[in-house]
Design a protein around this ligand. Structure first.
Ligand SMILES: [Zn+2]
Length: 136
C-alpha cells in the first residue's frame, strides 16, 4: 500500500485513524455535598476528518409525532378490542411500521446516500506523510 501522491508507505485506513484519535471517557468526583460525573468526548482534527458518515435520524419532532401517532393508534385499537395488552401490542406494531415506512420510503434517499458514504469510508485511506486521502 502506497500513497498515490508521495509514494509513502505510511498510510492508514480511515477507521484506524478514527479509533486512534477519538476518546470517550467519564470522570467521577465529589464535592462537599454531592458527587458528579462528567462525560468527555475529544477528537483529534485528523480523526474528525476520518469520521464515519452519520446515520440518518428522524429527528426529535418527527420521532415524537410518530411516537404519538402509534400511541393513539394503540389506544384506539385497545379500546376497540377492550383489551389493554392488545393496545400495547398495536402500539409496538404501529411504531415499527412507521419506522419502516420512514426508512424505506420517506428517507430512502438519505439511506442510499448513507450506505454509499459508508462503503467509501470503509475503503478510504489517509497518508500520514502528506495528508492525501484516497480510496482503495
Ligand atoms: Zn502521501
Amino acid at each position: 500500500m502506497q500513497c498515490p501522491k508521495c509514494k509513502s508507505e505510511n498510510v492508514r485506513r480511515f477507521s484506524i485513524v478514527y479509533e486512534e484519535g477519538t476518546f470517550h471517557g467519564t470522570s467521577h468526583g465529589t464535592t462537599e455535598n454531592s458527587s458528579y460525573e462528567n462525560d468527555h468526548f475529544s477528537q483529534t482534527p485528523l480523526a474528525k476528518r476520518c469520521s464515519p458518515p452519520i446515520e440518518p435520524s428522524a429527528g426529535y419532532i418527527l420521532g415524537l409525532i410518530g411516537f404519538l401517532a402509534a400511541l393513539i393508534f394503540g389506544f384506539k385499537f385497545g379500546s376497540l378490542l377492550n383489551g389493554f395488552w392488545w393496545g400495547v401490542f398495536a402500539f409496538f406494531v404501529a411504531l415499527m411500521a412507521l419506522g419502516l415506512f420512514w426508512r424505506r420510503i420517506l428517507a430512502k434517499q438519505s439511506f442510499v446516500r448513507y450506505s454509499i458514504q459508508m462503503n467509501e469510508w470503509q475503503h478510504s485511506w489517509v497518508c500520514i506523510k502528506c495528508g492525501t486521502d484516497f480510496l482503495f
